[in-house]
Write a protein that binds this ligand. Structure first.
Ligand SMILES: Cc1cc2nc3c(=O)[nH]c(=O)nc-3n(C[C@H](O)[C@H](O)[C@H](O)COP(=O)(O)OP(=O)(O)OC[C@H]3O[C@@H](n4cnc5c(N)ncnc54)[C@H](O)[C@@H]3O)c2cc1C
Length: 389
């Protein structure tokens, strides 16, 4: 049987996310750009913790809701329809939680999940992967972890970390850092590691938040590790497991970025549709011009197609043993290219009002751009798809 309906539980979580977006995010979405200290975003994350969104994937026994990749993706679409930056930061928080979900021992889960599941404050997790010398190469399995320059040294009863990351979402405002590193880049994947670094660990520091074209609610900066010491038990799996954990983590998050793309496209589409119904040109509503109405039909079809793709990917990822790099990457690439086309057309249809900061549609276009780049630039991720064929 093929069934395209969401379950009652999924509809309830979708409604929660939609209500949250309408009440908390949409009214302030245009203000994040001016919120250079990130205070407004902090308030939103705190509220997202209170209603259980930040902890959605964490198992119920630890205080989360055990949302699968399907529920998480549905929520991301809703959040992104209000603000891509909020959705990116929350999706990246789950990105950072995923290595723990995949590879932590019972003792590690017992330690970190209850700490992350609290509702009285936002305890974000940061997935620290990208380095100054390159992001794509670290994600590229053919590079076999040889380009990682964040070094993990055995200090006897603890690990010592030295190196630099740049760009990770939630850098500087996270509770935990899931850090991709290596004991020796020359060992290739055999040296790769994923280690958890709590905020406040001596030697861990951050650069200034980087000013960007969009996604302003998401905080990105350099992360500096100078003789950062963490207990031996903070290593996930063993030395040599880092590459495997990272590749698996990317699968879940790529489906999520497909969902964020759909939310962003939908947000821009809805504003442009309302505009085109009300704006009169050549004596008729804009939407009645054949060329404009065809643009809306194309946009609507592409949004629906991308939604089906991310749901299909997330559905695979939610089945035991079926997580799919191919489907998740297809969802990410197709949906992010689609979001760029749809948001650009939405601006076009609204003319100079679309280009204006007052009407909110250009923000979607700026936010959409990075999804073609982050978590695997689309030129590289197209190769990932081809290799999976
Ligand atoms: C808002 C935002 C959020 C982010 N969140 C995170 C996060 O949570 N965690 C994290 O670790 N990083 C994060 N990043 C970083 C992001 O994932 C990287 O910047 C991205 O992977 C690209 O790496 P790079 O910038 O070093 O570009 P490079 O790797 O230098 O690539 C530049 C360009 O070269 C081309 N290219 C590169 N390699 C290939 C190839 N093999 N084949 C074909 N073309 C190629 C592509 O066109 C690519 O866009 C974030 C960045 C931003 C802006």
């Amino acid at each position: 049987m093929l069934d395209f309906t969401l379950s009652e539980e999924q509809l309830a979580i979708q409604k929660l996310a939609r209500d949250f977006t309408n009440k908390e995010i949409k009214p302030v979405a245009l203000e994040f750009e001016h919120d250079t200290e990130g205070r407004l975003a902090e308030e939103i994350f705190k509220k997202a913790a209170e209603v259980g969104i930040l902890q959605l994937p964490i198992p119920v026994e630890y205080g989360g809701s055990e949302g699968s990749n399907v529920e998480c993706s549905i929520v991301l679409e809703e959040l992104a329809a209000g603000c891509g930056g909020v959705a990116t930061a929350i999706g990246a928080n789950w990105f950072g939680q995923t290595p723990i979900m995949i590879a932590a021992t019972k003792e590690q889960r017992d330690k970190w999940f209850p700490e992350l599941a609290v509702k009285h404050e936002a305890r974000l997790v940061c997935m620290a992967m990208t380095e100054p010398a390159g992001g794509t190469d670290i994600e590229n399995p053919h590079m076999h972890s040889r380009t990682i320059r964040t070094i993990l040294k055995d200090g006897g009863d603890h690990w010592i970390i030295n190196g630099n990351k740049i760009w990770p979402s939630n850098s500087g405002n996270s509770y935990l850092y899931s850090v991709v590193c290596t004991v020796d880049p020359n060992l290739g994947d055999e040296g790769s590691c994923l280690v958890i670094v709590p905020d406040g660990t001596p030697g861990l520091s951050f650069g200034k938040p980087i000013r960007k074209m969009g996604m302003d609610a998401d905080r990105n900066s350099e992360i500096i590790f100078e003789d950062v010491r963490v207990p031996k038990e903070n290593l996930l799996g063993k030395v040599g497991d880092g590459a495997r954990i990272l590749q698996r983590t990317l699968i879940y998050n790529r489906a999520g970025t497909g969902a964020i793309s759909v939310g962003i496209a939908r947000g821009a589409f809805e504003i442009a549709l309302k505009w085109a119904r009300e704006r009169i040109t050549a004596g008729i509503p804009l939407i009645q011009h054949e060329i404009i109405s065809a643009m809306f039909a194309d946009m609507a079809m592409e949004i629906e197609a991308a939604r089906l793709l991310y749901l299909r990917a997330a559905w695979f990822n939610a089945q035991p043993g079926k997580a799919s790099m191919k489907w998740s990457t297809m969802a990410k690439v197709y949906a992010s290219d689609m979001a760029m086309r749809v948001t650009t057309n939405a601006v076009q249809i609204m003319g100079s009002y679309g280009y204006s900061k007052e009407y909110g549609v250009e923000k979607y276009m700026r936010d959409a751009k990075i999804i073609q780049i982050y978590i695997g630039a689309n030129e590289f991720t197209r190769q990932v798809i081809t290799e999976e064929l």
